[in-house]
Design a protein around this ligand. Structure first.
Ligand code: EPU
Length: 416
């Protein structure tokens, strides 16, 4: 199993290029099920989650070919309606095929995802939405079996603004009869990107990016030919890495408007940030100032940046309160950061981080994707060597992160 070794203490300096967004790519790949023909997606990151989704689409009969950041998905032939447990257990986002399969094939059978490292993560809001659209849902044998000859438009209120739930319902609604209105929809940039892609396929969608999305069903959709947005969480992770080392880093090919909450909080730490249309320049300060954060649905502070921001706060001047409002168990990185000397106490959904002068390198274990990123950030600033185990979590969501960090001066290497 691969490990990552970091010798901390060097200031990062140089330029880094952000890859396409994992969480935009996954729903887009699933959306290709809605068409019949050759779908092209550009700027696709090379990640384990992307190849898992590719294999799942191949399993249901689609042609799948990925090369140099492009993917070709041939959706002429769908021979299965089932996403088996083996796929769903390695990647929860497999559930994104449910809506498109139901809309195109009138039936879908998807293994029910279990809980995961960050929380219980039920999918009741996805299934409730499909039921409102007239689908029959049967939950048995660990599978969700959804059937509907033809989905019908409906008004669907989501108790919680769920990202993949909104995506699943939006995709299904594009081929439903009549109008679907999603109320309290998620507003993340990935939702807007999916809506733009679906519109480019011929869908009729209004309001993506706001809490009310209206979708008028159409008879058929054309294949995709679409370039996905840059990964805002990868950009935020490099921003945090630059800031904690007091470095000077230009982050290219990003969309600063997707990162307002992160930019605002990082500025509060004393980090200088210059924004351009598709790049950001980060200049770290000698000592970071503490900042409180509360994770919220977009445009609030993203839960996917909470662990990385906490790493910064471990060495800030002062005490920071970090409240996780999206997932009930997303503090697994705390125990690992404490092994590096961090002073953190957790009570309920809030962590109190008392900044210390310097972390010390230690052997630590990655527990989920963003927790792994926070340990890298901590390791970059720590005194001595940090060895991160279980980096397969990292490979799910960051494209060649160690190579990109090495190019800007980090002493980092992957040990096979
Ligand atoms: N929820 C329900 N019922 C549902 C759906 C969600 O109770 O049917 C709850 C969840 O348990 C959670 C909250 O609603 O407490 C929000 O969850 P959401 O559904 O928005 O999360 P998700 O769609 O499963 C996506 C990202 C996550 C990201 C969250 C929140 C993808 C593939 N995944 O997950 O990304 O943290 O939105 O922004 O888009 C990551 O990339 O590391 C990652 C975990």
């Amino acid at each position: 199993m691969d490990k990552i070794e970091i010798e901390g203490g060097t200031k990062l300096k140089g330029e880094v290029k952000i890859s396409g967004a994992k969480n935009a790519a996954l729903p887009l790949m699933a959306a290709s099920i809605l068409s019949s023909g050759e779908n092209y997606i550009h700027n696709l990151p090379q990640l384990r989650d992307i190849s898992t989704m590719g294999k799942l689409l191949a399993h249901i009969g689609m042609g799948y070919h990925q090369e140099n950041g492009e993917v070709l998905l041939n959706s002429n032939n769908i021979s299965s309606i089932e996403a088996p447990y083996d796929f769903v257990k390695t990647m929860r986002a497999s559930v994104l095929v449910l809506g498109p399969l139901l809309a195109r094939q009138g039936e879908a059978k998807v293994s029910l995802p279990g809980g995961c490292a960050i929380g219980a993560r039920p999918i009741n809001l996805h299934t409730a939405g499909f039921e409102k659209m007239g689908a029959e849902i049967d939950l048995s044998g660990g599978y969700i079996h959804a059937k509907a000859k033809k989905l019908k438009g409906a008004v669907i209120y989501c108790d919680i603004p769920t990202v993949t739930g909104t995506e699943n319902i939006m995709m299904a609604a594009t081929l439903a009869e009549g109008e679907t209105i999603i109320e309290n929809a998620a507003c993340e940039p990935e939702i807007v990107d999916l809506a733009n892609a679906l519109i480019s396929m011929g869908a009729d969608i209004e309001g993506a990016g706001t809490s009310i999305i209206k979708i008028k069903g159409v008879n058929s959709l054309n294949p995709l030919n679409y370039r996905i947005i840059p990964d805002r969480i990868a950009a935020g992770t490099f921003m945090a890495a630059a800031a904690i080392t007091g470095g000077e880093v230009r982050i290219n090919d990003c969309r600063p408007e997707h990162l307002e909450a992160v930019i605002s909080k990082l500025k509060g730490t004393g980090t200088e940030i210059t924004q351009e249309t598709d790049s950001l320049f980060i200049k770290g300060s000698e000592r970071l100032l503490s900042q409180d954060i509360k994770t919220m649905p977009h445009p609030g502070f993203p839960t996917d940046m909470q662990a990385q921001f906490m790493a910064l706060m471990t060495v800030a001047n002062g005490t920071s309160l970090i409240t996780e409002n999206i997932f009930e168990n997303r503090f697994m990185h705390v125990a690992e950061l404490k092994r590096m000397g961090a002073d953190i106490t957790v009570e309920g959904s809030t962590s109190t981080v008392r900044g210390i002068k310097r972390l010390t390198g230690a052997p630590v274990m990655a527990t989920d994707l963003r927790a792994s990123a926070s340990l890298i950030i901590a390791g970059l600033a720590a005194k001595g060597k940090t060895v991160i185990d279980r980096v397969y979590h990292l490979d799910r969501g960051y494209e060649r992160i160690e190579e990109k960090l090495e190019l800007i001066g980090a002493k980092i290497r992957r040990v096979k």
